[in-house]
Design a protein around this ligand. Sequence first.
Ligand SMILES: Nc1nc2c(c(=O)[nH]1)N[C@H]1C(S)=C(S)[C@@H](COP(=O)(O)O)O[C@H]1N2
Ligand SMILES: [Mo]
Length: 325
Amino acid sequence: MLIKRPADIRSSEITDKKLYLNRRDFVRTAAGTAVAAATGVLGAEAFLRAAEPAVHGRKLANVQKSPFSTTEKLNTWEEITTYNNYYEFGTDKESPSMLSRNFKTEPWTVAVDGECNKKAVYHLEDVLKGQVLEDRIYRHRCVEAWSMVIPWVGFPLANFIKRCEPTSNAKFVEFTTMYDPAQMPGTRLPPAFGGLHWPYVEGLRMDEAMNSLAILGVGLYGEVLPNQDGAPFRLVVPWKYGFKSIKSIVKIRFVMKQPLNTWQDQAANEYGFYSNVNPDVNHPRWSQATERRIGEFFKRKTLMFNGYGAQVASMYAGMDLKKNY
Ligand SMILES: Nc1nc2c(c(=O)[nH]1)N[C@H]1C(S)=C(S)[C@@H](COP(=O)(O)O)O[C@H]1N2
Ligand SMILES: [Mo]
């Protein structure tokens, strides 16, 4: 995600991961005071050490295959765990792999609130109880015009929503990420250094949340989620830009009004509520027509709804997707 960029960067270069607050470039080009400030906040580790793939975690048992999986070539464990967007652990792609290592994800609770009958604070084990875990190999398209293919493990969000018994007033679902400055150095960054308004919030319209493609992800490559990928559980909505797939969820709230999601709040001219992948609606500062699959050299054409139109396009029939971006 890119909020600011130096005026001399051409938009065609925007997707180059080295350009935005990358440790090396940052150290090379930023004023000394900025480096000192950010080093103080994020820790010298963020600048001195290289990204490290996640150590392997617990295997998840009885994972079923999903008919919704793509057969495209998977991105590697190393790619998926060293190239992350997770601003709570730094604004560049490598920091989350380094700075989230000691993030505590057990025990974990999630508060269910708002327009539903089963308001409660649930232990994650109870959220998972009775859920059939599935392998869901999905394309993952970031608004910064890169993509990956990720073998998630998760279960349909709809299954959990039904258990919460939303009332007829529930028109949207709002999700909130953990906010813990003691554990999340990125949340201590002032906005001038890329910090966001915390906590990170995302939302889906009720029918989107109930769509069978939307899952709560608890793992990847058959193992529990690494911290940098949103442990212990996160949303995965593959027809939308990556930022909709909120990580480390601590609250799920059923609401009547469309939630103000973090990136819209941050830059309403650049990010909307729907954020469906759409090659015809460019970001104001760069094109969405193509994408770079991490690990590939040539760019690919971006597909409408990230290639998931057959499952999701009908939800937007009659909507102007250029206005509702
Ligand atoms: N809480 C939180 N969730 C987040 C983000 C974030 O910064 N904070 N970044 C989003 C963005 S922009 C993307 S592309 C995906 C990246 O997921 P991945 O690192 O598992 O590939 O996470 C999304 N979820
Ligand atoms: Mo993203």
